[in-house]
Design a protein around this ligand. Structure first.
Ligand code: PRF
Length: 386
């Protein structure tokens, strides 16, 4: 008989272990070809194959197990084919841990110029040079496979709120059909054999029965995980939390649940309390580049003149150097003169705070004191920075 060595067949399958629950909050562990992801997890955003203003090793040292990349940006520049030729996204960006990629559906809607949506897919013009491109559920999964993404997203249609029920229904049904096509392509690409995962995306806007239908029908498809999309798109926070309360009980219990593009520290805490396991958001990185620091005692706007002669660090008890070593006066100065180090230090601080929050959440669930942790954390934020 013939012996073949196929390393891809040896890959451990994608898996999710639910380790502990505390109320609706869940502690878990995802295993991908690039290691383990402790959940609840915050995934720093690395849209253009970089978490802006951070070295990959710094992101890792803060406790991130996974970063997010974007199909939309990378397909335009430097292209998925070029990244594949260079050995895949992990090698390209120097990140040897898990990578999750968004499918491009959301970015096409929010960033591209002219676009035309059909059953087949979406034709759009690049926000760089106006060049025309086509994205289908199959093409999106193909690109994510070329990138070598460990956790891939189906192509979906996310619409802004408020919207008419008929429009929400149409986009949700289209997203369900695209979920099936994405799954077929993922299997064709050998994703399961490589130990990768494909997540379906629940849509349904702010319409309860559409959310439930989307979650249930998506749950019948054999995905490695399920995302909640179409929230944090213009609706009040209370509406988002209400939708989560309705949606998560209709989702599979034995698979990870990812709330896309969320959010503030408070959004994260409240969403964990409603059964979410994974998050991503540009908030900590973008705010860091705009002079805003997240701390245990809420937000600090370092542009403000009140920091000009303040010798205190942001939080002397933090083990992040950016947070504990540099004075507010210095950070204020760097922000005011628009130095690159301002973005570097504040992004570092913000990602450190987000990962500190996630570790606190995980420990609290492990020890069955999530509710107490939630109250204490909110009290600290309410106290404000003094
Ligand atoms: N779909 C996809 N990506 C997303 C969203 C979505 O609905 C959101 C909505 N908050 C953020 N990112 N594919």
């Amino acid at each position: 008989t013939e012996t073949t060595i196929d390393t891809q067949q040896d890959a451990k399958p994608f898996s999710f272990k639910l380790l502990k629950t505390d109320g609706m909050a869940r502690r878990g562990e995802i295993t991908t070809p690039h290691g383990k992801v402790r959940t609840p997890a915050f995934m720093p955003v690395g849209t253009q194959a970089t978490v802006k203003a951070m070295y990959p090793q710094q992101v890792r040292d803060l406790g991130a197990d996974v970063v997010l990349g974007n199909t939309y940006h990378l397909m335009l520049r430097p292209t998925a084919e070029r990244i594949a030729k260079l050995g895949g996204l992990h090698k390209f960006m120097g990140w040897d841990h898990t990578i999750l990629t968004d499918s491009g559906g959301f970015q096409v809607m929010s960033l591209s110029g002219l676009r035309k949506m059909t059953e087949e897919g979406v034709t759009f013009s690049s926000h760089h040079d106006g060049s025309k491109h086509f994205m289908s559920p199959e093409r999106s999964v193909e690109i994510q496979g070329l990138l070598g993404s460990d956790i891939q997203m189906q192509l979906d249609e996310c619409i802004a709120l408020p919207a008419e029920r008929d429009e929400v229904d149409r986009a949700m049904q289209l997203s369900l059909r695209w979920a099936e096509r994405s799954r077929a392509q993922f299997e064709k690409m050998g994703g399961p054999q490589k130990g990768q995962g494909l997540y379906g995306i629940v849509q349904g806007g702010d319409v309860p029965d559409l959310r439930i239908e989307s979650a249930q029908r998506l749950g019948e498809l054999p995905m490695e995980g399920y995302s909640v999309g179409g929230l944090a798109v213009g609706e009040p926070q209370a509406v988002m939390l209400k939708m989560l309360e309705i949606t998560t009980p209709a989702m599979p219990k034995d698979k990870p649940r990812y709330l896309m593009g969320v959010g503030t520290p408070e959004d994260i805490l409240e969403s964990v309390a409603r059964g979410i396991d994974q998050f991503d958001c540009v908030m900590p990185t973008r705010a860091g580049r705009h002079g805003l620091a997240y701390t245990r005692f809420g937000k600090v706007n370092l542009k403000n003149a009140r920091h000009a002669e303040d010798p205190r660090p942001l939080d002397e008890l933090s083990n992040c150097e950016a947070t504990s070593k540099y004075s507010r006066a210095y950070l204020h100065h760097l922000v005011r003169v628009n130095e690159g180090l301002a973005a570097m230090l504040l992004t570092w601080n913000n990602l450190a705070y987000y990962q500190y929050l996630m570790q606190g959440i995980r420990d609290a669930i492990d020890e069955g004191r999530f509710e107490e942790f939630r109250q204490k954390t909110k009290e600290d934020w309410a106290r404000g920075d003094i």
